[in-house]
Design a protein around this ligand. Structure first.
Ligand SMILES: NC(=O)c1ccc[n+]([C@@H]2O[C@H](COP(=O)([O-])OP(=O)(O)OC[C@H]3O[C@@H](n4cnc5c(N)ncnc54)[C@H](OP(=O)(O)O)[C@@H]3O)[C@@H](O)[C@H]2O)c1
Length: 199
């Protein structure tokens, strides 16, 4: 399969790429460091990516930014970060990509545990995560040409504990290897409309 991993230079994306690379043609896309540069917050950039990389079988998104901060200090402007990036950015990969993906292709998006298991300072990210999960379940019943869609909702990763451990006190971090398997299941399996919770 020809697979684009958007966010493929990141903590999750790198491990997903390592797993898929031996058996597929994997293209790493990201904002500044990938084989292909794309900005998911720009509709034009997404459209250009699908034009530049034709005949794609699977699109994996392991990206999406959110602001972490107390609800009392969460302004509409700061909330826009998650809306523009993690939510709209990933949804636009599907809305635009559905016209380009090969028949029988798949989309795999990323949400996260905070939608089910809230943490302090996590409401903006949780909003985007829950919206992604809802979108995926609903889009699955309408996508044409046997195109499938799933999302992976990871717990905090062992590999990210130095960065995010402060926010996730008492959580049981999961290895990137286990999280990456959910993306492999989404791409190589037959399921659609699933939220793979790796908690
Ligand atoms: N890590 C965790 O513990 C964890 C747990 C649950 C959910 N998640 C979610 O999983 C996703 C990935 O997390 P991560 O920790 O792997 O992230 P990360 O290590 O920070 O990597 C982010 C990736 O996204 C790319 N990127 C950033 N902004 C972009 C944009 N506007 N357009 C295209 N690509 C962009 C980066 O590209 P460049 O390298 O070019 O900058 C990089 O490849 C996020 O949505 C996060 O919320 C992570």
């Amino acid at each position: 399969m020809k697979i684009i991993i958007i966010g493929g230079t990141g903590t999750i994306g790198k491990v997903v790429a390592e797993k898929l690379d031996p058996n597929h043609e994997v293209i790493i896309a990201s904002k500044s460091n990938g084989d292909y540069k794309v900005d998911i917050t720009s509709i034009d950039s997404i459209e250009q990516m699908y034009k530049d990389i034709p005949n794609v079988d699977a699109v994996i998104s392991t990206t999406g930014a959110s602001h972490f901060g107390n609800l009392s200090e969460l302004t509409p402007q700061l909330n826009e970060i998650a809306i523009n990036s993690k939510l709209k950015g990933q949804v636009n990969l599907v809305l635009i990509g559905q016209n380009y993906l090969n028949e029988g292709g798949s989309f795999t998006l990323t949400s996260g545990i905070m939608m089910d298991d809230p943490i302090l300072k996590g409401s903006s990210a949780a909003m985007a995560n829950g919206a992604i999960a809802g979108f995926v379940k609903s889009a699955a019943i309408e996508l044409k040409r046997k195109i499938r869609i799933n999302t992976v909702s990871p717990n905090v990763l062992e590999e990210s504990i130095d960065k995010y451990g402060e926010f996730f006190k008492g959580f049981n971090p999961v290895p990137a290897n286990k999280v990456a398997n959910a993306y492999v299941k989404s791409v190589e399996g037959a399921q659609t409309g699933q939220v793979y919770k790796v908690y």
